[in-house]
Design a protein around this ligand. Structure first.
Ligand code: THU
Length: 163
């Protein structure tokens, strides 16, 4: 799953990377209905993002193993460090509803940005126990897919306590 870049450092495998390519405008109908629904939910909740300081609105939607969808947006604060990312707000909503395993997350930003390291670690906590991938989809504001990957590729060697 790992590739070496020119500097010899490990880089996560990106299953699909279309940022800044002519193919960026992936038509939503070509995606599975499940993913389309997840992306649309993230697009919708992004409109509620509270981001007056960065002006960088993020929407996230997670699908739990039992098929439920939970959403979150970024919520900023005048005390900047109190800001909470969209992904974590979506995950925490799912957990508060009893979920413990997440199979997919869609993240919508203006430019197709990818989840921060903190959110990757929190996603890893709730990856499927079966070993199935936790799929990560990022899109730009139009819903065009920029990246599809898995948490194991985006955060290899995630922290865990000894069992
Ligand atoms: N942000 C997210 O919501 N998710 C991420 O994975 C990275 C960053 C938010 C936090 C802040 O409100 C804004 O984007 C700019 O950093």
């Amino acid at each position: 799953m790992q590739q070496n870049n020119a500097s010899g450092a490990d880089t996560p495998q990106i299953l699909r990377e279309e940022r800044n390519s002519a193919e960026t405008a992936v038509a939503l109908p070509s995606l599975s209905l499940d993913r389309t629904e997840l992306i649309r939910a993230a697009q919708e909740v992004r409109q509620n993002a509270y981001a007056p300081y960065s002006n960088y609105s993020v929407g996230a939607a997670v699908r739990t193993i039992d098929g439920r969808v939970f959403v979150g947006c970024n919520v900023e604060n005048a005390s900047f460090g109190l800001t909470v990312c969209a992904e974590r707000n979506a995950i925490f909503a799912a957990v508060a509803a009893g979920a413990r395993e997440i199979v997919a997350v869609a993240v919508v930003t203006g430019d197709g940005g990818s989840p921060c390291g903190a959110c990757r670690q929190v996603l890893a906590e709730f990856r499927p126990r079966s070993g199935d991938p936790l799929e990560i989809i990022t899109t730009d504001v139009t819903g065009a897919v920029v990246m599809e990957s898995a948490i194991s590729a985006l955060l290899p060697f995630a922290f865990d306590l000894p069992s």
